[in-house]
Design a protein around this ligand. Sequence first.
Ligand code: SAH
Ligand code: SF4
Ligand code: F3S
Length: 486
Amino acid sequence: METVKSIQADTKNDININTEVPVTEPQRQFYYMDLAKQLVSERTKACGHPLTFHVETFGCQMNARDSEKLRGILETIGYEQVDTEDADFVIYNTCTVRENANNKVYGRLGTLGSYKKKHPQMMIALCGCMMQEEHVVERLKKDFRFVNLVFGTHNIFKFAELVVRALTEKQMVVDIWEGTTEIVEDLPVERKYSFKSGVNIMFGCNNFCSYCIVPYVRGRERSREPKDIIREIERLVADGVVEIMLLGQNVNSYGKTLEHPVTFAQLLREVEQIEGLERIRFMTSHPKDLSDELIEVMAQSKKICKHMHLPLQSGSSRILKAMNRHYDKEQYLTLVDKLRAAIPDIAITTDIIVGFPGETKEDALETLDVVRRVRYDSAFTFIYSKRSGTPAAEMENQVPEQEIKENFDMILKEVQHIATEKAHLIEGQVQPVLVEQINEHDASLVTGRLSNNSVVHFPGDSSLIGKIVDVRLAQCKGFYYIGEQV
Ligand code: SAH
Ligand code: SF4
Ligand code: F3S
């Protein structure tokens, strides 16, 4: 696995671990990192080989970015990363957005339990969104006693401190916070890629879409200060990053709660100025807050990728209202028209939920209509999953599985058909491609991404990784291209 270490700290002083524990962050965590380093080094000596770790990410890009923060700490304190769960320390960073994300974790945990029986020294930690649910933690305490450490989304910055506790206490360490207003900057991060990185611009969500558990497990919306974001990106660029993805559950409402409010479009303007940065992406845009100012900034920008992920969820205004999405079918379509008028070659992708409570065939046909009118470049189509604690879970008109399946298949088929047609439209064109890796199936090829986020494979070697090169999209294979460098 290719990894890159970047300790983004100018606050780290020489810390003497015999002094008092600092109360301010992040100094406190650096103190615990030093302490953990000693403990890990003692364990390493005792077992005669370097201690290894494996972090498994189950969720979205924000979850993935959190995993990079966990890796940063683990590398700093002396663990070595491995690709499998055959490791001295395994961390599952969980997701609970749909029931199946949840089930996957319990399944994998069972297997991990039998592993641990053979290797009693092994440490297991669970964190992420699922841990913010009371019933999950109860079940872990009851059925999965072998887990060493359980923590949530709000106190992830305390990972070093929690690791020290887990290394020194015999019983399961559980630390879950209900919420936080804190944002701790400048802790170590270990990036998966040397040339691209996610950057959190905000945390949490205030939208409370009626089906969604995210606001309950990620807490209230908090934006980072623009200067902290810019400083982080400048350091990333100095460290070789050419593409960043600005991350938030609803980036379009960025900055509203800051002491000196800033719009997302204003932030983008500043990020654009950073020399050496080549590409800017962001995720996710809520249609209700997508401003004309943002469209204008995108249209003028040389760096913002021509891709907008604009979750629709449903094409039925009636269902959108019940989902608490604050836009209707017509408003969504108008927004798409505006985007296309300003940025004609923009790729538009989306998320769709099929089977929300009360959804009829007519509603599903409305969604199909939007799919046909927008002609998405790609779309994630999900079957509605009932999340306890959300308003939709209490609704009486839950839709029977068979009905959902029929509508789901109908929408998915159309989404795929249109996506393939759209992909063919740029066949033969020459486009800039950021090369990401050696092709997983054929080592004579490299794999990269276009500005519109499509994937292309073409002959090349590892010297191209991290570079932006011009590639002719010789052959469209439906969802990807086979190309040649020009
Ligand atoms: N903040 C983003 C979405 C984050 S969750 C936004 O508002 O667009 C990613 C996607 O998961 C959502 O867009 C939605 O399509 C899907 N999703 C969320 N809750 C779901 C549920 N209960 N059942 C099925 N899909 C769900
Ligand atoms: Fe969930 Fe809606 Fe927030 Fe997205 S905007 S995370 S779908 S509540
Ligand atoms: Fe899942 Fe949490 Fe992301 S629930 S989708 S990992 S914010």
